[in-house]
Design a protein around this ligand. Structure first.
Ligand SMILES: Nc1nc2c(c(=O)[nH]1)N[C@H]1C(S)=C(S)[C@@H](COP(=O)(O)OP(=O)(O)OC[C@H]3O[C@@H](n4cnc5c(N)ncnc54)[C@H](O)[C@@H]3O)O[C@H]1N2
Ligand code: MOO
Length: 390
């Protein structure tokens, strides 16, 4: 058995650099930017008014001063002339500041009669001018690699970039194995259950930027499994679920090896998830997940999520950990790193009583995986522990 850290490190060495593709801004959210994006213009490109009001020349006017309105500046419609000391231009938010103007008086602070304004008492002291380039300058960068958020997309649009270079989405083929499984919505026989973690994993992988294909369920024969693995051809990553352990019907390791799997490791000092295997098969990376629903989802969190990030050019690092205070005691841990389903509340973190790796209801209620190091002694309430948010 190898440790989680060394298994993940081995996995990262199998990752190929991502391929680049160009997508329109509409397709960019959630994708990983591969080259720095560089602004082609200043924003704002001109000094602009921050409010609706009147642009005037003096920077320090006094209450009672009056000005003659000589024109208007609206967003998209600059005032063409220059403003003199006794003049004002009616101006709206986002409009270019007229030449010679050094201050915008908000309309709440003036009284207006025909084409004259007079400044009221208690003038708002702010100038309400946004200098050119206050948001960003031509040449400003959004640095790669990064997964693009909606905020990033807004900034890229403001930079006048209509397309962006991103990592191609990894193609993942997901194969569930086992005669006992049927797809959700099918009619299970009396000795059958529904393939569940398959769908949980597909959702998890897609959320990490993958394009996940759920293949038909592989029955427990070497021929069927080999056929399914052939169907996965073309994927960047093949993920099998189940059949990874030592039972007579656990065929994945043998069949994959017969088909050329160059195995990097098998069995991890981890709970749940001990019978995990990984390697390269042809051009693809392959990971064999244990079948227990919680084991598969926990292994997905600990291995597949960081792996997909690395495959898209993001830093090859484990899932970030945080720390919290225990609110109830924990017994000593054994020889495997334990990822306990836990609930994190304002007061701290507590592991669920029931930790069987078949219990999806417990996983569904958990919002954190509380991490117990190998051979961790018993812990009391009030001690600090590591966790990974779910
Ligand atoms: N003698 C031993 N028995 C087992 C060991 C061991 O070391 N010695 N390891 C146990 C551990 S730990 C795990 S985890 C399981 C994993 O075994 P497999 O990967 O071979 O998984 P299966 O036997 O195929 O299935 C286990 C369990 O999960 C259900 N399953 C499988 N796929 C799905 C799916 N897609 N959706 C929902 N449920 C699924 C399956 O029906 C079984 O109930 O082995 C232990 N045994
Ligand atoms: O590792 Mo198994 O995944 O303990 O249930």
């Amino acid at each position: 058995m190898i440790t989680v850290d060394s298994a993940l490190a081995k996995l990262f060495t199998l990752v190929k650099p991502p391929e680049k593709e160009t997508v329109s801004l509409r397709e960019a959210a959630g994708r990983v930017l591969m080259d720095d994006a560089i602004a082609t213009r200043d924003q704002p490109p001109f000094p602009a008014s921050a409010m609706d009001g009147y642009a005037i020349a003096p920077s320090d006017p006094a209450p009672g001063d009056s000005f003659t309105i000589i024109g208007e500046a609206a967003a998209g419609h600059a005032f063409p002339g220059r403003i003199q000391s006794q003049e004002a231009v009616r101006i709206f938010t986002g409009a270019p500041l007229p030449e010679g103007a050094r201050r915008v008086i908000i309309q709440e602070d003036v009284t207006r009669e025909a084409d004259r304004i007079t400044l009221k008492k208690n003038l708002d002291p702010k100038a309400y001018i946004r200098p050119a380039g206050t948001d960003f300058r031509a040449g400003s960068r959004l640095t790669a690699p990064r997964r693009l958020t909606p905020q990033d997309v807004a900034l890229l649009a403001a930079m006048n970039l209509a397309t962006v270079p991103v990592a191609r989405r990894p193609e993942v083929a997901l194969i569930s194995t086992g005669d006992e499984l049927v797809m959700p919505g099918d009619t299970p026989g009396p000795d059958q259950i529904i393939a569940s973690n398959t769908f949980g994993l597909a959702a998890m992988l897609d959320a990490e930027g993958a394009r996940t294909r759920i293949l038909p369920i592989a029955p427990d024969t070497p021929e069927d499994l080999a056929h399914l693995l052939e169907m996965a051809h073309g994927a960047d990553l093949i993920v099998t679920i189940g059949g990874a352990s030592v039972g007579d019907h656990d065929l994945v390791g043998q069949v994959a090896q017969d088909m050329g799997l160059d195995r990097a490791f098998y069995k991890i000092a981890m709970r749940p998830g001990k019978p995990l295997m990984a390697g390269r098969i042809g051009e693809a990376l392959m990971i064999g997940l244990p079948g227990n629903p919680v084991s598969a989802m926990v292994c997905g969190t600990i291995f597949l999520r960081p792996l997909l990030r690395a495959m898209q050019g993001l830093p090859a690092v484990p899932m970030p950990r945080r720390q919290a205070t225990l609110t109830s005691p924990l017994p000593p841990n054994g020889p495997r790193e334990h990822y306990m389903r836990a609930q994190l509340l304002d007061a701290g973190i507590a592991a669920f009583e029931r930790q069987d790796s078949a219990l999806l209801t417990v996983l569904q209620q958990a919002n954190a995986l509380l991490i117990r190091p190998i051979a961790d002694p018993a812990r009391a309430a009030g001690e600090t522990v590591d966790y990974i948010p779910l």
